[in-house]
Every structure is written in structure tokens, then in C-alpha cells.
Design a protein around this ligand. Structure first.
Ligand SMILES: NC(=O)c1ccc[n+]([C@@H]2O[C@H](COP(=O)([O-])OP(=O)(O)OC[C@H]3O[C@@H](n4cnc5c(N)ncnc54)[C@H](OP(=O)(O)O)[C@@H]3O)[C@@H](O)[C@H]2O)c1
Length: 299
């Protein structure tokens, strides 16, 4: 297949490109820095800087849409919220317009979303039928999903990737946590009861490959491991894997002061279960957090 990937240079995208190249697919990555694509995604990967370079006669068999300004990197000012919105919702609307005008349409669009779709839901176990939340992150995910679903109107199969916290040894959440934990400064966040719906990068990539090829798959998919952990469990497990203590607590008011509205990403969570991908027969390599962290940190 020839596959177009937006956000292919990111944490998930790079790993996905590696797996798709190994499976023999031809790849084109949309990037604001197209010259960096072969380095980040693999030699032989084509790059485009805008959808304007997608000529209607060019055929992509599938599209994977992962682009988006990082959500946790800066305070959610009005300007930042606009950037988070435009880089996901508007980019996806543009993508769907180009899909609609392509002479040969892709068979499938796998499009990004996040478990933030469900908002703050304390201890309720959530599956794909659960309703959306109503904070900024939830509204962003809902609009991002709505934009992608537009491709169904031109006959494209659409799967929505409600992504949990992706664990990888190349950055992301673990990249931020590792140094303080290694220094014995591991810290529980607030009360520690908030859920962290994590997924090992290998299972994320494995699930994407499944959704790419399973012609029956459509709609939302929770991209999370079957055993989510609370923040207190996550903190204790990471400390155990690293053989370090984690004795500190970051008080919620302090985090709110330091981070503003985006502190909800750390202090509020959701217990999300991968109902549909499990029902489709996907078998997780890493269902258990201790095994996932041990595998990643041993590498
Ligand atoms: N990693 C996680 O734990 C996690 C959890 C939930 C949801 N997600 C979502 O899944 C997607 C992929 O995650 P990731 O961790 O791989 O993200 P990432 O490492 O931050 O990569 C995202 C990619 O999006 C592109 N991008 C960034 N800002 C952009 C902008 N303003 N306009 C257009 N493109 C922009 C970048 O590509 P170029 O620089 O090449 O243009 C970048 O490589 C993201 O949308 C993210 O929100 C990730």
C-alpha cells in the first residue's frame, strides 16, 4: 500500500513508519520540515510540506492522521488553544477535503483522537460507547473526530484512535518522568487516585496495523492497555522497575498554579478499556504495567 501519514515525524509516527516500512509499504509523510523526514522516518520515505502537493491523480491507499501541536507543552492561553485546535481540527478538515477530491480515494482513514475525549470521569470504566466529556480537551477531541468522520461521506472507512498515554523509550510521558524517578525524586501527583490509561508503543503500533487491514473495523477505538493504573499505582510501579524510592507528592494546588488549566491532564484521568480492539481479536503483548515498563526500560 502507499500510505500518507500526517505527524509521521512524531513519537508515534516514527515508530509506525518503521513498522510499515518493514511490512513493505510505501510511505509519504506530511511535515512542516519535509527535509527532516528521511532522517526521522526512514530513507525512501517521501515527504510533502502541504496537502497542496497531493495532486488529485496521486493515489494513496490509506491515510493515517496523527498531526497536532503537543497538548501538554505550554499553558493553554487562548492563542495556544487556537493552535491546538487548528493543528488538529482544521488540518483534518483540509485532509478530508483533499481525500474527497482525489480521483482514487484511499480505502481507509485512521485518525487521531485521545482518551481526553471522555473528560474527567473519576472511577467509571469507559468503553467506546461512553459519552464525551465537556472540558477543553474533550471538546477538541470531539471536533477532531467529527472532522475525520467527514471522509465516510465519500465512502472511506474511518477509524478514530482514542489514544491513551503512549509509553515509549523515545520520549513522551516516560521521557519526562524518567530523570526525576532515576534520581529518586519520583512524585505522586495530587491525590494519586486519578486513572492513567497507558499503552505500550508496540501494542499501539500493532493495533494500528490491525485497524489498517481489518475491513470490518470502523468508528472509535480505545487505544489503551486492558489494565489502566491509578497515578499512585503508576508512580509505585515505575519506582519499583527502576529500584528507586518515590516518596514525594506534588500537591494539586501547586500543580494548578504552575500549569494552569492544563493541570487537568495530570490531575484528572479516565479509566479507559480497549473493548473494541480486544473484541476484534487483538492480543496485547503488554497488558500489565510492570511488564510494559520493564520491557521499555531494559532496552
Ligand atoms: N503520545 C501520546 O501519549 C498521545 C496521547 C494521546 C493522544 N496523542 C495524539 O496522537 C498524535 C501523535 O502523538 P505523538 O506523541 O506522536 O505526537 P508528537 O510527537 O508531538 O508528534 C506530532 C506531530 O505533529 C506535527 N505537528 C506538531 N505541531 C503541528 C502544527 N502546529 N501543525 C501541523 N503539524 C504539527 C509534527 O510534525 P512536523 O513537525 O513534522 O510537522 C509532529 O511530529 C498527536 O496528535 C497527539 O495529540 C498522543
Amino acid at each position: 500500500m502507499h500510505i500518507l501519514i500526517t505527524g509521521g515525524t512524531g513519537l508515534i509516527g516514527r515508530q509506525l513508519c518503521k513498522a510499515l516500512l518493514a511490512a513493505g509499504h510505501e510511505l509519504t509523510v506530511l511535515s512542516r520540515k519535509p527535509a527532516s523526514v528521511p532522517d526521522k522516518c526512514g530513507t525512501g520515505v517521501h515527504a510533502i510540506a502541504s496537502f497542496g502537493e497531493w495532486h488529485p491523480s496521486q493515489t494513496f491507499d490509506a491515510v493515517i492522521n496523527l498531526a497536532g501541536e503537543p497538548i501538554a507543552d505550554a499553558r493553554w492561553t487562548d492563542q495556544r488553544k487556537r493552535l491546538l485546535w487548528v493543528s488538529r481540527v482544521k488540518l483534518t478538515q483540509d485532509l478530508v477535503r483533499h481525500i474527497a477530491s482525489a480521483e482514487h480515494k484511499p480505502k481507509v482513514l485512521l485518525s487521531g483522537s485521545a482518551v481526553g475525549y471522555y473528560g474527567h470521569r473519576s472511577d467509571v470504566a469507559l468503553d467506546e460507547a461512553s459519552k464525551a466529556g465537556n472540558n477543553f480537551a474533550a471538546r477538541l477531541c470531539e471536533a477532531w473526530e467529527d472532522a475525520a468522520q467527514g471522509a465516510e461521506q465519500v465512502g472511506v472507512r474511518v477509524c478514530l484512535l482514542r489514544t491513551g498515554l503512549v509509553l515509549s523509550n523515545n520520549g513522551g510521558l516516560l521521557g519526562h518522568m524518567l530523570l526525576p524517578f532515576k534520581l529518586g525524586l519520583g512524585t505522586r501527583l495530587g491525590g494519586g487516585k486519578q486513572w492513567m490509561s497507558w499503552v505500550h508503543i508496540d501494542d499501539y503500533v500493532g493495533s494500528v496495523l490491525r485497524l489498517l487491514h481489518d475491513t470490518q473495523a470502523s468508528g472509535p477505538y480505545n487505544m489503551t492497555a486492558p489494565q489502566p493504573a491509578t497515578n499512585a499505582e503508576f508512580t509505585a510501579t515505575l519506582a519499583k522497575v527502576l529500584h528507586r524510592p518515590a516518596l514525594f507528592v506534588a500537591p494539586a494546588p501547586l500543580l494548578k498554579l504552575a500549569m494552569g488549566e492544563r493541570a487537568c491532564l495530570l490531575l484528572e484521568g479516565q479509566q479507559v478499556l480497549p473493548g473494541k480492539i480486544s473484541a476484534a481479536g487483538y492480543r496485547f503483548q503488554f497488558a500489565n504495567l510492570f511488564d510494559a515498563l520493564s520491557h521499555l526500560l531494559r532496552k
